[in-house]
Design a protein around this ligand. Sequence first.
Ligand code: NDP
Length: 227
Amino acid sequence: ITGSNRGLGFELASQYAADGWTVIATARTPDDDDALQNLAAQYGSVRIEPLDVTNHAQIDALAEKLRGTAIDVLINNAGVLGDPNIQRLGNLDFSIAEHLFATNTLGPLKIADAFLEHVAASETKKVMNVSSIVGSITLTGGNIYFYRASKTALNMLMRNFAKDTEKRGIIVGMIHPGVVDTDMSAPFDIPKVTVEESATGVRDVIEWYTPDTSGTFMQYTGEPMAW
Ligand code: NDP
């Protein structure tokens, strides 16, 4: 699980650990993450590894370090929204787009590619990606240009990844977790679901994915999401 030190990633790590899974919890600067350190102290099955999803050399190094370790469910969760105020017409700061794409789009593909053999060696063989309703072309509602496009492109890359890996039995998912009450959604005064409810739904949907639904875009409730 990438970005497992706070928000949805931390809740996913906590729920999987409580459920008896072995969790490889990655975070940019885990030494500073007290909650994650406490989780690892509570559950011996939680292994913390430093990982910045924009650092491809670090991704390759971790893949090498974990060579021979089967990963049943790889979760690309880490993401950044960026300041919405510089992603609206008349005030578009193009300089942040590169960072959003590096984190939300290219990082997940790099990780999926680097850890493909680990996933292929597992029983479950799932590559799951936390996407977003705001990446839906059909449902777009204006503003947050770069964040939206980073998630739309993530969906494209992962559907493509699903095509290329289906013969190996890899199951790929893109999941909208709901509007979740985390640091990321703080700028938006709209109804939100709790992180516990979202993570529970996301875990159910991850379990429900099959080879037949690989490459599809789902909501955390199990309903399909419009592209
Ligand atoms: P938070 O802002 O609470 O957490 C984001 C997480 O991503 C943090 O752990 C953060 O680590 C990590 N992260 C950011 N950049 C990097 C990086 N370069 N390398 C490694 N980790 C990084 O957000 P959420 O928990 O809400 O978001 C989780 C996912 O859900 C994201 O992909 C987001 O786009 C998606 N999402 C969220 C929604 C919401 O309403 N909250 C709605 C739809 C989708 P650090 O502490 O080091 O910054």
